[in-house]
Ligand binder design. Structure first.
Ligand SMILES: Nc1ncnc2c1ncn2[C@@H]1O[C@H](COP(=O)(O)OP(=O)(O)OP(=O)(O)O)[C@@H](O)[C@H]1O
Length: 322
């Protein structure tokens, strides 16, 4: 692997070669949902939680994600209401959600129910304004933080449609994002060689060819390659809470397995995943602690993975009737 890295090093990441990167402000936006803390443990200590569909009334305040009092809440969303900044149209209409450390939560729901908006509001996307409610992340008021502060605090978001960054190659982008984090932590930055040594095992984790490091970020990537690249970013940057918006869309079965394997490998009893999906298939690979169903800007139902099974067999009408 080391020798394969050398051509890339000399061609793209020489310290003497100026990086072609976007302006600071756009880079900030790009990086604002990226953040790091390397987590490589397995999730074998994760408790298995079984809840019946009726066990949680999602309109009532939730005390703990899974109802397990020994767990520490990581994210507490209370009565969150948000509008589109430009039009003031209300999209989120009172979301309640608690994710504890070490939990995997899945959010499902019809198209347009507000799932992506919720995730974007959590990372501080400027298209939306919060009009009511609170979000506490690791004990801090998340809504008071700038997007980049949220990222540095441990929030990572993988977008439904990852953007291309023309003129910026992947390895430079990742190296810079990782170094920004290290700088924040008061740690020395990694030079190109050290960074290659750091990233190489992560490429294996997501089963990505090394060539992708030398291509511009997401430029010409297939849908599946973009998703793998998102998970590579997560593996590099790490996260206390990773929000994965339809990470399964556009993936073939093998790619889904690889991505799920990588996500599972990153989970520890301390960090959590909030994943948005339309399909139960993903939940077979990444086992959820809880499944939430969103409808018209609210979480209307919460249960275990049997909720996703019911949904797949009988559709949303059956869920409303439960
Ligand atoms: N910036 C925006 N401008 C206009 N409408 C928006 C904006 N953001 C969200 N919406 C609208 O808000 C609603 C919720 O959108 P959102 O993307 O959150 O849905 P979703 O549940 O993720 O849907 P899908 O499953 O199709 O991805 C949709 O009707 C969408 O058109």
């Amino acid at each position: 692997m080391a020798s394969a890295l050398l051509p890339l090093l000399s061609s793209s990441s020489s310290p003497s070669r100026p990086l072609c990167l976007p302006s600071n402000s756009s880079l900030f936006t790009i990086l604002s949902t990226r953040r790091l803390r390397l987590c490589c443990n397995s999730r074998k200590n994760r408790p298995h939680v079984t809840l019946r569909l009726s066990a949680i009334d999602s309109t009532a305040p939730l005390s703990k994600g899974s109802g397990d009092d020994s767990k520490k809440p990581l994210l507490e969303v209370r009565d969150l209401t948000a509008v589109i900044a430009e039009t003031k149209q209300e999209i989120l209409k009172g979301v309640n959600l608690v994710v504890c450390e070490g939990e995997v939560h899945a959010i499902m729901g019809k198209n347009g129910s507000g799932k992506s908006t919720l995730s974007k509001v959590l990372v501080g996307h400027p298209d939306y304004e919060v009009t009511r409610g609170s979000v506490v992340f690791k004990g801090e008021n998340l809504l008071d933080m700038e997007p980049e502060e949220r990222s540095l605090a441990g929030l990572f978001m993988s977008f439904q449609s990852p953007v291309e960054i023309p003129g910026v190659n992947n390895i430079d982008f990742l190296n810079m994002a990782y170094n920004a984090r290290r700088k924040q932590l008061g740690e020395p930055e990694l030079g190109p060689l050290e960074f290659y040594a750091y990233i190489a095992p992560k490429l294996d984790l997501v089963n990505m060819k090394i060539d992708f490091l030398n291509r511009n970020v997401n430029e010409g990537f297939s849908g599946g390659e973009r998703k793998r690249n998102e998970i590579l970013q997560l593996a590099v940057l790490g996260a206390d809470l990773a929000i994965l918006d339809e990470i399964d869309s556009g993936l073939d079965v093998d790619a889904l397995r690889d991505v799920a394997k990588a996500v599972n490998a990153l989970l520890t009893p301390k960090n959590s995943v909030l994943m948005i999906t339309h399909y139960r298939r993903l939940l077979e690979f990444i086992k959820p602690t809880l499944v939430h169903i969103m409808e018209d800007g609210r979480i209307m139902k919460t249960g275990d993975s049997s909720l996703a099974e019911l949904l797949e067999k009988k559709g949303y009408a059956a869920i409303s009737a439960v």
